[in-house]
Design a protein around this ligand. Structure first.
Ligand code: SF4
Ligand code: SF4
Length: 224
């Protein structure tokens, strides 16, 4: 999932100032889990905008899964409300905001409500964990399904740095060194031989790094 945070209230209000009625679009998946754009937060935002004298023309939270077809259907159900809006406030990640823009058949300006922070997994206690940085060349098989790139503060690829003490991380001694976890997992699997393989520096033309370099192109769906 994509972990999001709501932008500061003043920033959101600044985006909407003088645009006229606002239609709010939430998200039934990640932003619901993050409490940044689910049904409840959409209703709260409606109240906040109205308190500020900004009229709300309507709101919707497209059904799961989060795909363009569901966004399109949800917007179609509120075509009149959207048409008389000056802005559509999207309480979702940046991809959600752009999907709304691509499927909006009205002149309203699409305004983001949230900042997309990182890909995350949600643990059993409801905590968010950034355990993948979308490197584009997954090495989990060789690292016992523990990602050193996202979980080690130094992104060490070939074993622990010199600062590990008693299996703990020098950056955060409360945490286990990622490489001690990798070692334990590989040992359990009988795969310690992977530790003898020297990994080359990452190729930053792959994965998320390449997108950061402005190569955000459309990719065909499916396997390659
Ligand atoms: S190795 Fe790369 S793709 Fe695999 S979990 Fe780590 S960052 Fe994500
Ligand atoms: S002690 Fe381990 S987890 Fe911490 S920075 Fe060094 S290699 Fe990474």
């Amino acid at each position: 999932m994509i972990f999001t945070e709501q932008k500061p209230r003043e920033e959101i209000l600044g985006f909407l100032k003088g645009r006229g009625p606002v239609f709010i679009v939430g998200c039934s998946e990640c932003a619901t889990a993050c409490h940044t754009g689910g049904e409840e937060e959409v209703r709260q935002m409606k109240g906040i905008l109205e308190e500020q004298g900004i009229p709300v023309s309507g709101h919707c939270v497209p059904e799961s899964p989060c795909v363009a077809a569901n966004v399109k259907n949800a917007l179609a159900g509120f075509a009149e409300e959207v048409k008389r809006s000056g802005a559509v406030l999207v309480m979702a990640c940046g991809m959600g905001a752009q999907t709304v823009k691509d499927n909006l058949h009205a002149n309203a300006v699409v305004v983001p409500c949230c900042n997309s922070m990182f890909p995350a997994s949600l643990d059993a206690k409801g905590g968010f964990r950034q355990n993948c940085v979308l490197c584009g060349d997954c090495l989990l098989e060789a690292s016992g399904t523990v990602c050193p790139l996202s979980l080690c503060p130094k992104g060490m690829l070939n074993g622990p740095c010199g600062g590990m003490t008693g299996g703990k991380c020098e950056v955060d001694p409360e945490k286990d060194c990622v490489w001690s976890l990798i070692y334990a997992e590989l040992k359990k699997r009988g795969n310690l031989r992977f530790l003898n393989e020297i990994r080359k520096p990452r190729d930053y033309s792959l994965g998320f790094a390449s997108l950061k370099a402005g190569k955000g192109v459309d990719h065909p769906a499916g396997l390659h």
